[in-house]
Design a protein around this ligand. Structure first.
Ligand SMILES: Nc1nc2c(c(=O)[nH]1)N[C@H]1C(S)=C(S)[C@@H](COP(=O)(O)O)O[C@H]1N2
Ligand SMILES: [Mo]
Length: 501
């Protein structure tokens, strides 16, 4: 039994209760989990309450029933926190047990909520951790100091500080969540005059299990440095084009919509994609040509780069040449016929065929500065990656998957090969070091997308190795030499080991 005044014990527990709720709220918003632990409990309460009682409540408070319940659960957490604080004064374990019991109730609620996944448990886990650790900390600092006045001052400082942080965390969570919801609503309201894109006949001839030639938005790989996905309202979005130009141009989203749209199939690929990796995807993009925008701004002689920046401060440098040489370098506003998903750069991003994403494909783009490569460095070049990032010719086996077993006999094999803006000439595959065989190729609309390849091998009982290599339309055949992804993209042949039985 400590000699801490009971009032302080209760305050310590209550503040910890609030801080845990704040921390889990913020984490819920950041991780984009559907509901906070408190909301999950409130939803479960509504579900478990008999219908007539809920109706009476709604008649009483209108549609405020949910916010009221959420507030009620929060008050309950704070009150139980105070109890935990009092018990912690006897033994730290007693206080912790109260919090763990509360966590167990929230866990039971979460498990039964729609949209539950393993990530949903993180906010709760962090909340319980904050509860127990903070209670113990505040209780220990509430021990009497040399003088009672000192002691009170110290405790008030700690508890008050923790309470302020708790409220700030909760407010932060609310702010992140609210902005995102309103931007998602604005995105839903958009009616873009874009097409969905028709997959060319014969683009998808590969065996079952081959990745679809058009990758759906929800399955498209995502790479960025954003901890919280930027939520930009199209009404507030601006793109500024400046630097070595004759006249600065600033575009609103409506300005973009009023312009002539260009639509194209472009395969986007990450420089960090290892041989055989899946950081690559193909989509139908709609947008305006960056070349037209640059022409309007008037690029001055001597400029060789566009430094692109996003709303979250990410930067990359793109050769002007690649943006103006006639290829479909787009300021894209739609992906597969839909406004860009927030994760893929809503409301606008850049896509440049033939360049890795890290030197070209700025999501949430807000600024294009026409400049010279020798005057700046960008996010990834500062971190050891190459200034230029043309895509390297590569291919991968998708069927069969490495480590799987297939029926012995004739085995269908296939995958994709890519050399964006150069084009694939042919693809060869080889079983167990035997002769190279020409693969059949799917149809493609041009040279800016990947190509599906397929073939058949005879595989007897036992283990086998399948290797693939592509030759592009410049006549270059993929080197077998393995290069790491740093500094400018991996090379090497993809091989899979499988068994036939
Ligand atoms: N704002 C911003 N844009 C970015 C990045 C980023 O970190 N921030 N990453 C780039 C990289 S490395 C790649 S490979 C592509 C990936 O685009 P995706 O996530 O739509 O597939 O986006 C590029 N654009
Ligand atoms: Mo990337």
């Amino acid at each position: 039994m400590t000699s801490v005044p009971r009032g302080r014990l209760a305050v310590a527990g209550a503040v910890a209760g609030l801080a845990g709720v704040g921390a889990s709220d913020l984490l819920t918003a950041v991780l984009r989990v559907r509901v906070t632990p408190v909301q999950a409990v409130a939803e479960s309460v509504i579900e478990l309450t008999p219908g007539p009682a809920v109706e009476r409540l709604i008649a009483l408070v209108g549609r405020h029933d949910k916010p009221i319940l959420v507030a009620g659960v929060t008050v309950a957490v704070v009150a139980l926190g105070a109890l935990a604080g009092l018990l912690a004064g006897r033994r730290a374990l007693y206080g912790q047990l109260v919090f763990v019991a509360m966590g167990a109730v929230a866990l039971a609620a979460e498990l039964h909520r729609p949209g539950f996944g393993p990530v949903s448990l993180l906010p709760l886990a962090v909340g319980v951790l904050v509860w127990t650790v903070l209670t113990d900390f505040l209780v220990s600092t509430a021990e009497p100091a040399p003088t009672p006045a000192d002691s009170r001052r110290r405790f008030l400082l700690h508890a008050g500080g923790a309470a302020v942080v708790a409220v700030a965390l909760g407010a932060g969570g609310r702010w992140v969540g609210r902005t995102r919801r309103s931007v998602l609503a604005a995105r839903r309201r958009l009616r873009l005059r874009v097409s969905r894109g028709v997959v060319p006949a014969g683009a998808d001839p590969g065996p079952a299990g081959t990745v679809p030639w058009r990758v759906p938005n929800a399955a498209f790989y995502r790479i960025d440095t954003a901890l919280v996905v930027p939520a930009l309202d199209p009404a507030d979005w601006r793109l500024r084009i400046h630097g070595m130009v004759d006249r600065e141009v600033t575009l609103t989203f409506d300005d973009v919509l009023r312009r002539r749209l260009t639509e194209a199939w472009v395969t986007l690929c990450c420089v960090s994609n290892p041989v055989g990796g899946d950081l690559i995807g193909n989509a139908w993009w709609s947008g305006v040509r960056v070349a037209d925008l640059l022409r309007e701004a008037g690029v001055q002689p001597g400029a060789d780069a566009v430094k692109q920046s996003s709303s979250d401060g990410w930067t990359c440098g793109t050769p002007i040449e690649a943006l103006t040489d006639g290829r479909d370098a787009l300021l894209a506003i739609a992906m597969n016929g839909r406004p860009l998903p927030l994760e893929h750069g809503f409301p606008a991003r850049v896509v440049v065929p033939g360049l890795y994403g890290y030197v070209s494909a700025t999501k949430w783009v807000t600024d294009l500065e026409v400049t010279r490569f020798d005057t700046f460095s960008a996010y990834w070049t500062d971190r050891g990656w190459s200034e230029r990032g043309p895509v390297k010719t590569e291919s991968r086996v998708e069927v069969p998957r490495s480590g799987t077993q297939v029926p012995a006999g004739a085995v269908r094999v296939g995958g994709h090969a890519w050399a964006q803006h150069t084009g694939i000439a042919h693809v060869e595959y080889r079983l167990d070091g035997g002769p190279w065989r020409r693969a059949e190729l799917g149809r493609v609309p041009g040279r800016d997308t990947w190509v599906q390849w397929s073939g058949t091998v005879r595989a007897d009982h036992g283990s086998h190795t399948l290797v693939v290599r592509a030759t592009d339309r410049s006549g270059y055949t993929q080197t077998a030499a393995r290069a790491d992804v740093v500094p400018d993209g991996a090379t090497g042949w993809h091989r899979v080991d499988f068994t036939a039985g």
